[in-house]
Write a protein that binds this ligand. Structure first.
Ligand code: ADP
Length: 536
């Protein structure tokens, strides 16, 4: 049978079929193609003459051929004239190049004197299917990312959601408000891949890393690397160890996505493909939508942590205010009452009471200032006004401030500044505060007759300040905790400790990009070290 047989007003009929956007295929009762319109040619990639006369099976995947014939046979016998195919399952077509595509089709039957002929109207629904799948993916992602407000668990969810739909592996790098970087990697059921991922996960980024995630964060744009080669890896890793880790992962292409929420750049996702094709523009768009959701989930966790920390800080402040401010306040009340109600006749005793009021007031105002400092450090807002400063005057001023305390306690206080010590890039007033905190502690914990020494030396591109005492020393088990806020050995019995001094010192030093640490031997003394970047 030919097309002519079914198309009396041929030209009109054929042109009608050809302007249809859908694929329209007319097949004989023996399942051979009788007509193949322009739409079909476009969808399947065949010219009509390549298909007409050949079995319809040519256009469908092998696995459906048997079932399809059975369906057509069933349809032939049924009383209905038209039917939508694939009501219960997806159907697929095969293009000339062998690729499969999802389709939606309906079939109608026309009885002719030569037997039935069938018209299949078919639409390529690749895009729609993909859109639906992507939407399903994003809604699942939303659900997964919304399950926890804990930063660690959100990070884990972030690393796992793109796998395997968008990539075989995912690495999440985030940077906190304190400048600390964290990395989380996805897991894999393939042992070698999992092992490689774990080693990549041990590495943490910095703003100076050559890894492209940093470029994506700086430019706030997604970056696609279509073909990752060893050369590329060499140019984008920092050390031979890191290079070896990436080589072991065998990444073939990658997509770097910045995580941005509420104008904050929080980090980046690195999506890695090992075997599959490089990322298409469509997939980059989907990944970007994922990135936005991920960034907001991350930001919510971050804000939640900040809110929790603020609540805890407020509780801490309240407890310090109620305990530590309560004691000097009680002393002031007591002395004032004594002066009012039973003023001592002796002038010396009167002075003594007034002196006690003054000392308590000084202690209270120092404590209030410390609490304010700790709060500003806590929210990352400590302002340091840095300029090039000589170290010697900083040390001299700090020593002058604690001099009376040293004298009163009978402790020898000395200062050594080598002449070759370079200037620092810092805030002099804040650095004096660090030194007076350290010197004050050393004097507090050193017995009469002991010594406290402050010195400065040059150490590479850093300046090292040292405060050394011959005091009580610090028990080893306390060493890891003494820089914590409110950590003090003295609360309670002796009221001179609030546990804020060292945490403020650390906050100031870190705001300078420096480090502070301690070495101590119980019963022999302690040495506190402050390393600050030297001025260039
Ligand atoms: P505070 O001195 O108010 O208790 P800090 O934060 O200044 O708080 O110090 C925390 C703790 O570290 C102190 O309680 C003390 O136990 C210990 N410490 C600090 N400096 C010294 C020192 N030079 N010698 C011995 N212990 C020290």
């Amino acid at each position: 049978m030919s097309v002519a047989t079914i198309a009396a007003p041929d030209a009109l009929f054929a042109s009608m079929l050809d302007i249809a956007a859908d694929a329209i295929i007319v097949v004989s009762s023996s399942q051979h193609v009788l007509h193949f319109n322009q739409g079909a040619a476009q969808v399947f990639g065949y010219l009509p003459e390549e298909v007409v006369g050949r079995p319809l099976a040519l256009l469908m995947p092998d696995r459906y051929r048997g079932a399809h014939s059975a369906h057509v046979e069933q349809f032939r016998k049924s009383p209905e004239r038209a039917r939508r195919m694939a009501e219960r399952r997806e159907i697929y077509g095969v293009r000339k190049d062998g690729t499969e595509f999802p389709a939606e089709a309906s079939i109608s039957r026309l009885e002719t004197r030569h037997g039935p002929i069938y018209t299949v109207v078919l639409r390529d629904i690749t895009e729609r299917t993909l859109r639906e799948r992507n939407e399903r993916f994003l809604s699942e992602v939303g659900g997964l990312l919304g399950t926890s407000l804990d930063v660690g668990r959100t990070l884990q969810a972030l690393a796992s959601v793109p796998v395997p739909y968008l990539a075989e592996a995912c690495i999440v790098d985030v940077v906190g408000a304190d400048g600390a970087w964290q990395r989380q990697v996805s897991r894999s059921d393939v042992p070698e891949l999992n092992a490689a991922l774990l080693t990549v996960g041990q590495y943490t980024l910095s703003w100076d890393s050559p890894w492209r995630a940093i470029d994506a964060m700086r430019s706030q744009k997604a970056e696609v690397i279509g073909a990752i080669t060893d050369d590329w890896l060499e140019g984008h890793t920092e050390s031979t160890a890191e290079l070896a880790r990436w080589k072991a992962l065998r990444a073939r292409s990658a997509l770097f996505l910045p995580l941005i929420a509420r104008d904050h750049v929080l980090g980046a996702l690195t999506l890695v493909r090992l075997n599959s094709a490089p990322f298409t523009a469509e997939q980059v768009k989907l990944a970007q939508a994922l990135g936005t959701r991920a960034a907001y989930a991350m930001d919510n966790s971050r804000l939640y942590t900040i809110a929790q920390r603020a609540t805890r800080a407020r509780e801490d402040v309240l407890s310090v205010v109620s305990h530590d401010l309560g004691n000097p306040l009680a002393a002031i009340r007591l002395c004032a009452a004594a002066l009012l109600e039973a003023p001592p006749s002796d002038v010396k005793e009167q002075r003594h009471l007034l002196q006690a009021i003054g000392n308590s007031a000084d202690w209270m105002s120092k404590l209030i200032q410390d609490l304010l400092d700790v709060s500003t450090i806590e929210v990352g807002k400590l302002s340091v006004e840095r300029r090039t400063e000589q170290v010697e005057p900083i040390i001299r001023q700090a020593v002058a401030m604690v001099g009376p305390q040293a004298q009163q306690r009978g402790v020898t206080l000395t200062a050594n500044t080598g002449s070759a010590v370079p200037a620092v890039h810092g805030d002099a007033a804040r650095l004096i505060q660090v030194l007076t905190n350290l010197l004050g502690n050393s004097l507090k914990y050193t017995e009469r007759g002991g010594t406290v020494t402050v010195s400065a030396s040059s150490n590479g591109d850093e300046v090292l300040l040292t405060v050394r005492d011959t005091g009580s020393g610090i028990p080893a088990e306390q060493l890891p905790r003494i820089f914590e806020r409110y950590y003090t050995r003295k609360r309670g019995a002796n009221k001179s400790g609030s546990g804020l001094g060292l945490s403020i010192a650390r906050g100031i030093v870190e705001a300078h990009g420096g480090r502070i640490w301690v070495e101590s031997v119980l019963g022999e003394g302690s040495s506190f070290f402050v390393a600050l970047p030297a001025a260039r």
